[in-house]
Design a protein around this ligand. Structure first.
Ligand SMILES: NC(=O)c1ccc[n+]([C@@H]2O[C@H](COP(=O)([O-])OP(=O)(O)OC[C@H]3O[C@@H](n4cnc5c(N)ncnc54)[C@H](O)[C@@H]3O)[C@@H](O)[C@H]2O)c1
Length: 384
């Protein structure tokens, strides 16, 4: 099998999960890494035994040994860097949200459509959890009847205090939506994945819980503690919390809410689907377990078991039951699936795939913009 050789741009929080995944795929290897902060990239390269550390994006893209590039930079750089990756003739695996807005994501979509030889993906990783795939297959097998209602949340607390600061709080870097674009996007992707349907109408209430925050002189890596005492006050323009009612094109109605200021909640992403015969519930903080509820028989607690899941779900799970699989495993599944698509010589648009492509990343941005519009105009917004 042809070997995939990867490069990573951006050496922050998420890059290590990409690196871990690349190294767990038998037919792939890491070639090198770059970051605008060269010292950081060098430190990570030394610490993790990454062969090369480049001084610029251009230098990485000029390396003929690399055929897939992972874009792990902040949101405002996704357009510029993804375009450079595509123009360099390399497959692109981008972090989410795909872009700052739909004008940018449309531009990327147009570009990849001109380059059918290249594979493009967006890291909507939660869809690749084995039990999320199990929910998807149980629904498509008719095990819960017709899905009618879908609801859940994604709650975190890492921006709870006014001293918590990160680039995501600055609209010029993170985008006009924060909480919805950053984590609500994952929830929407998961809801669409398990139902195989699209969210087509939204009605949203977005809240800025902390209108002023203290920006420290030094920026810290995502989820890290800042100990810098020197700060300036900054007005906050993006939501800490969002609640969204929605309708789907399969007739499902639903609601989800997302928060970055819910004390005690870390990565509390949960989803429940109620069908005409049964319900299914999953929470990623307890990723190896799932609940199935019935009206006229006992409810079930299901523990992930590779030997008992539907054969279609088996490729997403490998550890024996009772040996927890979780967050990095889902990212590995996503990157494995993306790489396998490449080595199998498949083409986006022609062959089906289970990872999110730029088209899906673009649709999630359309939903995010509809949510912003709905909140601003205090009305339902329908996607055309
Ligand atoms: N899929 C997920 O679950 C998930 C989780 C976390 C972050 N993310 C996404 O990953 C991206 C990065 O987030 P993060 O949390 O790792 O941020 P981070 O701040 O920890 O890391 C970003 C890195 O990019 C570097 N960078 C900035 N400008 C650059 C440039 N011009 N060239 C090269 N490197 C540059 C920064 O120096 C930093 O090291 C974001 O788009 C975010 O939404 C996704």
């Amino acid at each position: 099998m042809r070997k995939i050789m990867a490069g990573i741009i951006g050496a922050g929080f998420i890059s290590l999960s990409h690196l871990d995944a690349i190294r767990r795929i038998g037919f792939a290897d890491i070639v090198g890494i770059t970051d605008v902060n060269y010292e950081l990239a060098k430190k990570k390269a030394e610490e993790y035994g990454i062969p090369k550390c480049y001084r610029s994006v251009e230098e990485l893209l000029a390396d003929d040994n690399i055929n897939v590039v992972h874009n792990c930079t902040p949101n405002h750089l996704h357009l510029e860097i993804n375009k450079k990756i595509i123009k360099a003739g390399k497959h692109v695996f981008s972090e989410k949200p795909l872009a700052m807005n739909t004008t940018e994501s449309q531009e990327m979509l147009d570009l990849v459509n001109e380059h059918k030889e290249l594979v493009h993906g967006v890291n909507f990783n939660y869809r690749m959890n084995p039990l999320v795939q199990d929910i998807k297959h149980k629904i498509s097998n008719g095990e819960i009847g017709t899905p009618k209602l879908i609801h859940g949340s994604y709650l975190q607390d890492w921006l709870l205090f006014d001293t918590d600061y990160n680039w995501r709080l600055e609209p010029e870097i993170g985008g006009a939506s924060r909480c919805i674009a950053d984590i609500g996007s994952h929830w929407m992707d998961m809801a669409q994945t398990v139902t195989g349907a699209k969210i087509t109408e939204v009605c949203a209430d977005l809240v800025i819980v902390l209108p002023v925050r203290k920006k420290t002189k030094s920026m810290v890596e995502t989820f890290s503690q800042n100990t810098d005492m020197e700060y300036e006050e900054k007005e906050i323009k993006t939501e800490d919390y969002g609640a969204v009612l929605f309708k789907m094109d399969n007739g499902c109605h639903g609601v989800f809410h997302a928060s970055e200021v819910s004390a005690g909640r870390k990565c509390y992403l949960n989803i429940e689907v109620n069908g005409t015969k049964a319900s299914l519930y999953w929470n990623q903080e307890n990723a190896d377990h799932m609940w199935m509820g019935f009206r006229e028989q006992h409810n079930m607690q299901i523990m992930r078991n590779p030997l008992l899941v539907d054969p279609k779900v088996q490729p997403y799970t490998y550890l024996a039951s009772g040996h927890p699989e979780g967050w990095n495993d889902a990212i590995k599944n996503n990157i494995y699936s993306f790489y396998k698509f490449i080595v199998d010589g498949k083409e986006i648009g022609k062959d089906s795939c289970d990872f999110a492509t730029f088209k899906e990343g673009h649709y999630i941005l359309k939903l995010t913009e509809a949510i912003l519009e709905s909140n601003k105009d205090r009305k339902w917004v329908k996607l055309v």
